[in-house]
Ligand binder design. Structure first.
Ligand code: NAD
Ligand code: WQD
Length: 338
């Protein structure tokens, strides 16, 4: 199949591109490089061993997207092209709603015009909100989100469900990612945040490589086994493999279906620090700070549905996640600019 990856030069899109090509599919990547770089395309080609069609465009630009879809007989669109920093979304809500909602609407309109019927969407565990008990199951209602980023995912899920209800030809798969970390085992691709990382794993990796002095752990008085928050961290290569299954499944059915992509196992901030130290051999300096506003004490996935319906499970361990992150970080201390 030919898969259009909107935002395919980003962290999750780039790993998915390599996995799709390894499974025999072809990809067209559309990205405006607002949070990535063209260097990523070279790395994808290097790892896949063949060339990729890459178009520099804003996914909100409907004339550009129409031209791209008319020039390439796309079977499925995977939509990664979003702004994703929770804190930034609170300072720039309009930018987040504009980018995230508009990209989704533009893709749906152009797909309809060009006869493309399969859509796989990068959603997030954040849509379970603050009220649902964990582990989260796909049948739970979406909850209320604590920030505009989360609301964009909530709204985009609703838009996609409505679109598929109205169009009997449309197949929509909502993938709710938990906490993606790790990197390609080659050390050639990984997460490359701009500025100070918001997320835990890239921050830990930058402390290890000497770019940051120490990690501040946000709270150690939570009602969890060691007092630090627990999350469901998932290797980005497992996540990428989940996309291959989802793209293939999308082509076999109609309507909306939802899948959690997580391991089903919670892990604390201190577990991450210890596992990273073990796998890198580098001590991580940290101190405890106050809780971060909006953080839930813990949550993780019930990942049964992806196993039974898609035949997918997360195979990689926390040690794999830390080893591959460190391999990427130490070989590319400044990310793709190294
Ligand atoms: P990323 O920022 O690395 O990748 C997103 C890509 O989209 C970037 O390359 C960026 O340049 C591009 N992009 C953004 N707006 C665009 C636009 N208007 N036109 C063209 N390109 C545009 O993020 P990621 O971590 O790879 O996440 C991918 C998707 O998964 C996002 O939608 C994100 O919200 C979602 N998600 C991520 C996580 C996570 O922790 N990384 C968790 C849950 C969901
Ligand atoms: C993990 C844990 C922090 C940084 C976010 C989004 C979510 C999804 C994934 C997109 C928490 C702690 C972190 C630090 C720390 N993204 N931490 N010190 O908040 O679970 O999820 O990314 O959809 O929507 O909210 O991930 O990596 O930021 O934090 O102690 O410097 O690490 O408190 O417990 P989070 P995270």
């Amino acid at each position: 199949m030919l898969i259009l990856l909107a935002g395919g030069a980003g962290y999750i899109g780039s790993h998915t591109a390599v996995e799709l090509m390894a499974a025999g599919h072809d990809v067209v990547i559309v990205d405006n490089y607002s949070n990535s770089s063209p260097e990523v395309i070279k790395r994808i080609e290097e790892l896949a061993g063949r060339s990729v069609t890459a178009c520099e465009a804003d996914v909100r630009d409907s004339s550009a997207m129409r031209l791209i879809m008319k020039a390439n007989p796309v079977d499925c669109v995977v939509h990664f092209a979003g702004l994703k920093a929770v804190g930034e979304s609170m300072r720039k809500p309009v930018e987040y709603y504009r980018n995230n909602i508009d990209t989704t609407l533009t893709l749906l309109e152009c797909m309809k015009e060009c006869g493309v019927h399969n859509f796989v969407f990068s959603s997030s565990a954040t849509v379970y909100g603050e009220e649902n008990p964990y582990p989260y199951v796909e049948t739970m209602p979406r909850g209320s989100c604590s920030n505009p980023y989360g609301w964009t995912k909530f709204m985009m899920e609703q838009i996609l469900e409505d679109a598929s209800r109205a169009d009997p030809e449309l197949s929509v798969i909502l993938l709710r990612y938990f906490n993606p970390i790790g990197a390609h085992p080659s050390g050639r691709m990984g997460e490359d945040p701009q500025g100070i990382p918001n997320n835990l794993m890239p921050y830990v990796a930058q402390v290890a490589v000497g770019r940051r002095d120490h990690l501040t752990i946000f709270g150690n008085d939570y009602p969890t086994p060691d007092g630090t928050c627990r999350r469901d961290y998932i290797h980005v290569m497992d996540l990428a493999a989940g996309h291959v299954k989802a793209v293939e499944y999308a082509a076999t059915r109609k309507g909306t279906d939802i899948f959690n992509l997580g391991t089903g196992t919670p892990c604390s901030v201190l577990d991450i620090v210890r596992a990273f130290e073990k796998n890198s051999g580098v001590p991580i300096k940290y101190e405890f700070g106050p809780r971060r506003e909006g953080d839930l004490p813990e949550f993780w996935a019930n990942a049964d549905k992806a196993r039974t319906v898609l035949g997918w499970t997360a195979a990689r361990t926390l040690d794999d996640m830390c080893r591959d992150t460190w391999n990427w970080q130490r070989n590319n201390p400044k990310g793709y600019a190294s």
